[in-house]
Structures are given as C-alpha cells and as structure tokens.
Design a protein around this ligand. Structure first.
Ligand SMILES: [Zn+2]
Length: 438
C-alpha cells in the first residue's frame, strides 16, 4: 500500500537532519502515518502504542459512519473487552462539550479520536485535563492534528489552549478523499498562508531582530511547489495530491514544535481571521478557520505586493493607538488587552526615525529578502482558486464593510508586527482598503 508519510517518518524517528546545520529534532510524536489505505492496519497501529489499556473511541455520528465503526470493529476483532466507543451525538468543542467527553470516557485510560476539527480538539483538551494519552484517526487533512494546541469555545469565546498533542496520528487517504470538499479547500488555504506568515515574521526579524527560524519553511518547501502545481487535483480524489496536502498540513502543524510559538504559520492573516471569529457576532457566516485564513491570505499578499514592489520605502511615523475607540468599541477587558498588545510593538518617534533611516539605506536589500519568501500574488490566487478556496469576503458571504473593519482592527489583537502595522503607521490602512479585492 503506497505510503505518503515522507519526511514525517524521519521527523518521528528523529533522524531528519536540517540541511546546513545538521540539527536533529525530537517532535514528541510517537507515530504519524499517511497511506493510501489503512484498512486492516488499524489494530496493529494502536497495539504498537497501547498494550492492555482500556480504550474508548470517540466519534460523532458522521465520522462514526465514515470511519469510526470500522475502527471499532478492527479494534474489537479479537473480542477484546478493553475497547468501547462513544458516539457523540451533540459534538461541539466548548467547555461544556469537553466536560461531556470527560464524563463519557471516565473509565478509559486512552482515547482514540476519529474525526476532524471538533472531535480532535475536544478529545485533545479532554485528555489534557484528565492526563490521558490520545491518538487520532483523521477524517480530513488539517494542521490541528499535529499541533499541541486546542481551540475551545468558553462561553462562546474561542480560546487557543496549549495542551499535549496526539501520540499517534493516522491518515487513510481513501477516507480523506471522501470528506466534504470544503474541508480540503480550507486545509489548502491554511497551509498556503505560509507565504504571508513568513513574510511578516521575517520582516519583524529583519526590522527588530525578533526571533525567527527557517526550519519549518525548509520542511514545507519539500512539498509546496508540487502542491501548488497540483492544486486542481486536490478535490478530484487524486491520492498523490491529497497525500501531499496531508503531509504539508501535518508539517505546518508541527511548526510550534520547532519554535515553541505559532509565528511560523500565524501572523496577520490569522489575526484577521481571529478578529472575524471574535467580533462578527450575528454577521459571522459560519465560515471555518481555514476558509477565513485563505481570504485574509489573499488580502495580506495583496498588501505585501503593494509595499514590497514599490522602489520607494514607506515613511514610518510613531504608532497612534486609538485607545478611547478601542475601549468604547470592545469594552475595557478586550480593549485594554488590545492596547497592551499594541504597545509592545508600537513605534515611538525615535524608533520610527530609526526605521526610516534603515529604509533609506537598505530598502532594496530588505524587500529583496522578503520577496524571496513571497509567492507572487497571481500564482497564489490562481492556485487557491484551483483548489476550490474562497478568495474574498463576498465568497465567504461575509459583510464586506465588516471585513474591512477586521483588516483595519486585526493589528490591535496581537503583539506580532506585520505589514498591517507598516501600512497603518505610514499611509494608514484606511487609504489602501479601496484597492483590496472584496
Ligand atoms: Zn491556521
């Protein structure tokens, strides 16, 4: 059976050596397997990790029908009474939902998640709270399987929580190819955002000497050109193309394991998506994380190209934080948090002058380094279109005025310095929003 695990096998084994430095890494995951089919191999994959343990398999009615039933049958084939299953009828990744999983699996020593975002994140967080190991059989490609964070909603407010990740992560491409196409497009968007995240993160490093590492990008570069070239095959059940997307999503999720931070795959494009999730309220079109990140990636790529193809550098000014607006609009808790986050990266008169001097001396060298990390806008947008991704707020069915508010407000929600800050502290974001594709 064709194996598509690729470089992930070397990362699991700890044998991958970073070109140049020869550094080896321990990614802290016991097994990752991507194969054309895992049929008949499930029981062995689990037995290799867990011997004589009480296991509960967690799925929802959809993932149970698609895959969970088959895994339960495989794991109970020898009449083991150590394995039970919990088909979660009302799956939702919230504080209450996670409590439901904890209650339903209290007798288990190990949980096996079968599903995608909701099931994986709920089980990940439940196992973190209960100090139990878990592994996952995926039903779609997605970064979140290999991350050590869970996105959980507390009282309707989504939080990203650091917790222990999965021990074993298993992808059966025949199962993945039957998942809803919009999950595949969203996964494509949530990895192609590498380009805008890298430009922002590298720019912050060049301008302010903040931490940066090339390692996740070295790994992503093994597959990214082919993934882009095969974008139109993602939705057609082509297992080679889907294997590539699955691998690159898994590598993207591993970013935090090399950096201890999510910066490598989460900069301004993610802040725009977070802003939508935090503040769209009734206007939220129920679009997913990856779909929103894709649209925001198009926006950021447009802004990167706008600034970096210009031979004349921006003229920076001290950051103006609209404190009373933020407090009035978002209330004192969130407003004050935004003010604090922005102060960390805010330019003073002196630091703005210093940047302007750097730009005067080195603009061509700075933009050449950043352009090397940047996919050309046309290539990015045509690959995303070919992979079925939404490209604009209109495609998301999101109110375009609200989207422009998100683009202008996103810089305040995190201390990460991005092109949104460069533009807002020079000509002002309001002056460029007219040109954005909506
Ligand atoms: Zn993401």
């Amino acid at each position: 059976m064709t194996d598509h695990t690729g470089v992930l096998q070397e990362l699991v084994d700890g044998t991958w050596r970073e070109p140049g430095s020869n550094t080896q890494y321990d990614i802290g995951i016991k097994n990752i397997v991507i194969r054309e089919s895992l049929e008949g191999q499930e029981a062995q994959l689990i037995a290799d990790l867990y011997q004589n343990k009480k296991i509960t398999i967690v799925s929802d009615p959809f993932t149970h029908a698609a895959y969970g039933q088959r895994i339960f049958n495989a794991l109970t084939k020898d009449n083991s009474n150590q394995v039970s299953e919990f088909v979660w009828q009302t799956a939702q990744c919230s504080d209450r939902g996670v409590a439901e999983v904890q209650a339903a699996t209290k007798d288990a020593e190990v949980l096996i998640a079968v599903g995608s975002g909701t099931i994986n994140d709920s089980v990940k967080y439940a196992c973190f709270l209960d100090d139990k190991p878990y592994s996952v059989f995926a039903t779609s490609p997605m970064n979140a399987f290999t991350t050590g964070t869970a996105s959980v909603s507390f009282g309707g407010f989504k939080k990203s929580i650091s917790c222990r990740g999965a021990e074993g992560i298993f992808f059966d491409l025949a199962i993945l190819s039957a998942c809803p196409p919009r999950l595949i497009s969203a996964a494509f968007a949530d990895v192609i955002c590498r380009t805008t995240a890298q430009v922002d993160w590298l720019m912050s490093h060049i301008l302010f000497d903040t931490f940066y590492t090339q390692t996740p990008y070295t790994l992503l570069a093994y597959d990214e050109p082919d993934m882009i070239a095969n974008a139109e095959r993602m939705l057609s059940g082509d297992t080679k193309a889907l294997g590539m997307l699955t691998r690159i999503s898994a590598i993207m999720g591993l970013g935090t394991r090399f950096n201890n931070t999510t910066h490598s795959g989460s900069m301004a494009e993610h802040q725009i998506s977070h802003y939508i999730d935090m503040f769209a309220g009734d206007k939220h079109p129920k679009s997913s994380h990856g779909e929103q990140v894709g649209v925001a990636t198009i926006t950021m790529s447009h802004l990167h190209n706008h600034v970096l193809t210009n031979a004349t550098p921006p003229v920076m000014k001290a950051t103006h934080i609209p404190e009373s607006y933020l407090l009035e609009k978002f209330g004192s808790d969130i407003g004050n948090n935004m003010i604090e986050q922005t102060k960390i990266k805010a330019l003073t008169d002196a630091s703005a002058d210093a940047l302007n001097q750097r730009f005067a001396d080195e603009w061509d060298s700075i933009r050449t380094q950043l352009q090397a990390a940047m996919l050309p806008y046309d290539q990015l947008s045509s690959a995303m279109a070919a992979a079925g991704c939404q490209l604009t707020a209109t495609d998301l069915e999101l109110d375009t005025d609200f989207y422009l508010e998100a683009v202008q407000g996103a810089r305040f929600i995190r201390d990460r310095f991005s092109m949104l800050d460069v533009i807002d502290d020079s000509v002002g974001l309001a002056s460029v929003t007219d040109s954005l594709p909506l």
